[in-house]
Design a protein around this ligand. Structure first.
Ligand code: ZN
Length: 178
């Protein structure tokens, strides 16, 4: 697995040209994500697309499949992450950039964190999504509130055996960390 390209103050001399080139490359990949999103609308799906890139090469793309697959978690970013991990036969996308047509919702930003992507770049934002009738903004506001105020109760029910799965995990010498 290759290391991400990091630019620090030490190489700031050629930094401006590098930064401009990186921004131009970002814009090209991001435009692909936006195009996938628009095409998905014509195909009867939601207006979201995503592209995953590593080392300057395309790894996978994703489009929103919620209504097609009856899968409320099939957001474009999740679909792209699943396809990328499948293509790489790896559960980590370290070193990769996720380009998405719209700011990732809490589900997708969490999925990207779990996937260990290096960067997320988005085009439209949560306010654009709200204008189109999507709940991204609402969910962000929900997460910012005390969970006790939610209309959907999230209930903690501590069982005697609640810790058993973690005890089993910690006792499993052959466990695969992720
Ligand atoms: Zn999402």
């Amino acid at each position: 697995m290759s290391a991400p390209i990091l630019r620090g103050p030490a190489d700031a001399g050629s930094g401006a040209a590098d930064a401009a080139a990186a921004a131009a490359a970002d814009a090209v990949w991001l435009a692909d994500a936006v195009r996938l999103a628009t095409e998905n609308v014509a195909a009867g799906g939601g207006p979201f697309g995503a592209v995953i890139v590593r080392d300057g090469a395309l790894v996978a793309v994703g489009q929103n499949r919620v209504t097609r697959d009856n899968d409320p978690t099939a957001h474009a970013e999740v679909t792209a992450i699943r396809a990328a991990c499948s293509a790489l036969a790896d559960f980590s996308l370290a070193g990769a950039t996720l380009y998405t047509s719209c700011e990732p919702c809490p589900l997708c930003v969490s999925a990207a964190l779990w996937a260990r992507v290096d960067r997320i770049v988005f085009a439209a934002d949560r306010h654009d999504a709200a204008r189109a009738g999507f709940d991204d903004l609402e969910f962000y506001e929900l997460f910012a509130r005390d969970r006790a105020t939610w209309s959907t109760p999230v209930v903690s029910l501590r069982l005697e055996q609640s810790a058993e799965p973690f005890d089993a995990w910690l006792a499993e010498a052959a466990r695969t960390h992720y």
